[in-house]
Design a protein around this ligand. Structure first.
Ligand SMILES: Nc1ncnc2c1ncn2[C@@H]1O[C@H](COP(=O)(O)OP(=O)(O)OP(=O)(O)O)[C@@H](O)[C@H]1O
Ligand SMILES: [Mg+2]
Length: 260
């Protein structure tokens, strides 16, 4: 499958991917590699220029658009909240949700505890004149919003991009629970997330250049190993070992070449 915004210059090229129900696919790649574009084809924000997106064997274009989108939960890099109550922010897209359902989703998203500490709990109004939330809290509301739909498909586009690493840990606990049992695509850079995925795809210039489990990709020279080693170096873990084994590993993802 490929895709070009202008019908000429493709931003996705020869993408071929088969994801089994319930699998979690992590997507790694430099900025502009096509990670978001790839995910945007699933809810049909765009359609492929050639090839198809099949869901349970059915061409996405043959499904009713609202049926398709109702089955997909989305969390983006930064989340949009309305100046309305916490409860109605979580229930966005699901106006008939009961308080019980809202609370259940908030617990899965590790949001219930901080919500209960807000002045009026679930009825606290957010926004300019109301209570403002931290980036991590906002993302947890966004995860609760996605979870409330109980979607079989979950698309998480770098959901912790705007968050410090301490808060990130809390979000990832929430994400682990949200992901369980759902077919998930997650754009992620952290090894801890990549490791847990059923498989990882590494994208460069609109192509999938590597595909496999963490353990598999760690055994072959290529962009995955370079990125992983950089993080291990950052974390001061195995620093000496990495230096001895992979002196060329200081190349960043942004650099071209060296693709197997
Ligand atoms: N609406 C658009 N119209 C035209 N080109 C676009 C549009 N959105 C993205 N692109 C181009 O498509 C390519 C892939 O973009 P994409 O947003 O998928 O990158 P990404 O891997 O998600 O990057 P990032 O890590 O920065 O989010 C880029 O070259 C980008 O400039
Ligand atoms: Mg993106």
């Amino acid at each position: 499958m490929s895709f070009a915004y202008n019908g000429i210059e493709p931003v996705l090229r020869s993408v071929d991917l088969d994801v089994k129900p319930g699998q979690c696919v992590a997507i790694l790649g430099a900025t502009g590699a096509g990670k978001s574009v790839l995910m945007s084809l699933i809810p049909r924000f765009w359609d492929p220029s050639d090839g198809r997106v099949l869901l349970d064997g059915i061409d996405a274009r043959d499904l009713r658009l609202d049926d398709l989108r109702r089955n997909i939960g989305l969390v983006f890099q930064e989340s949009f909240l309305f100046s309305n109550t916490v409860a109605s922010n979580i229930a966005f897209g699901h106006p008939d949700a009961t308080q019980e359902q809202i609370e259940k989703a908030a617990r899965i998203a590790a949001a219930h505890d901080f919500i209960m500490q807000l002045p009026k709990g679930y009825e606290t109004v957010l926004g300019e004149s109301g209570k403002s939330l931290s980036g991590g809290q906002r993302q947890r509301l966004a995860i609760a919003r996605a979870v409330l739909l109980e979607p079989p498909i979950l698309l998480l586009d770098d959901p912790t991009a705007a968050i410090d690493s301490e808060t990130e840990d809390e979000i990832f606990e929430a994400l682990d629970r949200a992901i369980a049992g759902r077919t998930t695509f997650i754009v992620a850079h952290r090894l801890s997330t990549l490791r847990r995925a059923d498989f990882i795809i590494v994208m460069e210039d609109g192509r999938i250049v590597q595909k496999g489990r963490h353990e598999e990709l760690m055994r072959v020279p290529g962009p995955y190993l370079r990125v992983a080693n950089l993080q291990l170096l950052d974390g001061r873990e195995l620093q000496q070992q990495a230096l001895e084994q992979q002196p060329q590993s200081m190349i960043s993802m942004e650099r071209k070449g060296g693709i197997t």
